[in-house]
Design a protein around this ligand. Structure first.
Ligand SMILES: [Zn+2]
Length: 586
């Protein structure tokens, strides 16, 4: 490839000139770097990151892509997408999260920090903040409003705050560390259909963009006004081109495993997008139109198109430094929640994810060169099949009525402590927050109330375990096996953000946040179907192989750091994967 050869020459020239200048001159002063600036002139920056093999780290997250899906669908995929990764990558076929709340925000934070929620602080999509005395959403920050007008946040939470920033994230990210080690030369970006899928991966050094009403938006944390190259993309109004389109199946219906699994009574829908395939995107209400796109494969197509524009316009991978781009695709998650991961809609969306990956890799090859790119693909969490579908297969699956559960706990505590006051302040999955002011008024012992809350919760059908904060702090949970629910509870525990009592539902019993009640497909539990995700790396020196030992997404950021020869993110607890970091790297 012409570009690659040219850069080889430049690297060689830069090495020679570095050696010469080291002999005859004081060390060079590094030029000011900034992810916003166009490349000025020829790249002369000496490389401050030891690994000389990659120019771009591309971290791809497929929201809700459970670990079995890439392998099960292997024969259904085309060339150049998932198959490129499977044929060329180190594929970890037994990767699990080791935290309890397997949701989008904690998952993305772990993917980029190598930390568990205990260390990165993103314990859930929302939590009670004792200092602000309110519920906060993982990536909200009122100090940094969205840039633009008539924008809607994409929060799956009860927050009304429209500002977005990574300020709740307590660890540095791998993008931050690349930026630091590059001495400000690296460009770092996070792109997603969801705000939290962009803001957390971009970290503090990067720039984040996510979809809102069919446009890519950002906040004042990153820019004073939207950059021109973003406005240029938004002005194309790509989302509006779907107004006359239908969601048709990508391939001939006869080739689909689930060709007869359409229009099941327990599937959901979104407004004009009903249970049956095909579906029309057209609707009178523009608000519903854009939200409808979010609930379909189009979400990913918009993100992909913007990411390709970003790679080209920002000239990623074209300088001496390593650049970092995180792309998080959300369609599988929206579709899985709405029609079920075992639905015809999900099958179609997964085949489309494969084609999108092929398109993305082709673009990366023609701009940066795949031989200069480290790609890591994973997911933020897995998912369970819809409860009614599992029942049909003979499994005792069920959705727990969380309102009835919380009412039961409230009533039990009133009776036990002979009071008519409400001792429960909030239920924010997976935590019950007790009302500290009322407990104090009634002179009740917190530890005792926690124990009674746990006891009451466990008396409710479908709750397998509940434990109070005091018991976690005092080390009462067994820690001899790092993969048990007890270890996952501890890894999710944050002294300033976690609630007083942690609830765990039975296997295949769905217990989630209020706002996801009524969504057919669910995730968020400690169980394997939710913790199991794919992890695959490709890049220079990485050999194609399948690895079945247990690893996790918390190992990804430490692996990238070890591969590049830089320090891991500040909160990381994972280990570098030896199958990815070649022994010849030094
Ligand atoms: Zn989800």
């Amino acid at each position: 490839m012409y570009i690659q050869n040219r850069f080889r020459f430049l690297i060689a020239a830069a090495l020679v000139s570095t050696l010469v200048s080291a002999l005859v001159a004081p060390p060079a002063v590094f030029a000011e770097g900034d992810g916003n600036k166009k490349i000025a002139g020829t790249a002369k920056q000496a490389r401050t990151i030891p690994c000389s093999k990659v120019k771009l780290v591309l971290q791809i997250t497929i929201d809700q892509l459970r670990g079995d899906l890439p392998l099960r669908f292997r024969s259904r995929f085309g060339e150049g997408g998932f198959r490129y990764l499977l044929d060329n990558g180190a594929y970890f076929a037994n990767a699990h999260y080791k935290h309890a709340d397997t949701e989008t925000a904690p998952g993305h934070a772990t993917l980029v920090t190598g930390a568990t929620p205990a260390q990165h602080g993103i314990i859930s999509s929302e939590w009670w903040d004792p200092e602000k005395k309110k519920i906060v959403y993982a990536v909200e920050d009122e100090n940094y409003p969205l840039l633009g007008e008539n924008l809607e946040s994409t929060a799956g939470s009860s927050t009304t705050i429209e500002g977005r920033a990574p300020t709740n994230l307590q660890s540095t990210t791998i993008g931050d560390e690349i930026f630091i080690a590059s001495e400000k030369q690296a460009r770092v970006f996070g792109v997603s259909g969801k705000d939290r899928g962009a803001v957390l991966p971009a970290g503090r050094a990067g720039k984040a963009f996510w979809l809102s009403s069919g446009k890519m938006v950002t906040s004042s944390y990153y820019y004073k006004k939207p950059p021109q190259w973003v406005t240029t993309w938004n002005d194309r109004k790509l989302a509006d081109s779907y107004k006359d389109k239908n969601w048709e199946l990508l391939n001939n219906r006869e080739t689909y495993w689930r060709k007869d699994l359409d229009k099941r009574p327990y599937e959901g829908g979104f407004e004009h997008l009903k249970k049956e395939m095909p579906k029309s995107f057209a609707t009178e209400k523009s608000k519903h139109f854009y939200k409808g796109l979010m609930h379909s494969y189009v979400n990913d197509e918009l993100v992909l198109d913007f990411a390709k524009h970003l790679i080209s316009d920002r000239q990623l991978g074209k300088r001496e430094s390593v650049d970092y781009l995180s792309i998080s695709f959300s369609s599988i998650d929206y579709v899985g929640h709405t029609w079920g991961i075992e639905s015809l809609e999900s099958e179609d969306t997964l085949l489309r994810v494969d084609r999108n990956l092929a398109d993305l890799f082709k673009h990366v090859d023609s701009t940066v060169g795949l031989e200069n790119t480290m790609i890591v693909l994973s997911a933020d969490h897995g998912v369970a099949e819809i409860a009614e579908y599992m029942q049909g297969l003979g499994f005792p699956s069920k959705v727990i009525d969380s309102r009835a559960l919380v009412k039961h706990i409230r009533d039990s505590l009133k009776k036990r402590f002979s009071t008519d006051k409400d001792l429960v302040a909030h239920f924010l999955y997976p935590y019950i927050y007790l009302n500290e002011a009322v407990l104090s008024d009634l002179k009740l012992d917190m530890e005792e109330v926690e124990e009674e809350t746990a006891k009451a919760a466990m008396a409710f059908p479908g709750i397998t375990y509940a434990v109070g904060e005091a018991a976690i702090k005092e080390g009462e949970l067994p820690t001899d096996n790092a993969n048990t629910i007890y270890a996952r509870i501890i890894n999710n525990y944050h002294p300033k953000r976690s609630g007083h009592v942690h609830l765990v539902a039975d296997q295949y019993k769905m217990l989630v946040h209020w706002e996801w009640n009524g969504k057919p497909g669910m995730h968020g539990t400690v169980w394997s179907y939710d913790s199991f995700v794919p992890v695959v790396f490709t890049g220079p020196g990485i050999k194609a192989r399948r690895i079945v030992r247990r690893v996790g997404p918390h190992d990804i950021a430490p692996t990238i750091a070890a591969y590049l020869g830089i320090k891991p993110p500040s909160g990381a607890v994972g280990d570098p994967l030896v199958e990815v970091v070649p022994e010849t790297n030094w």
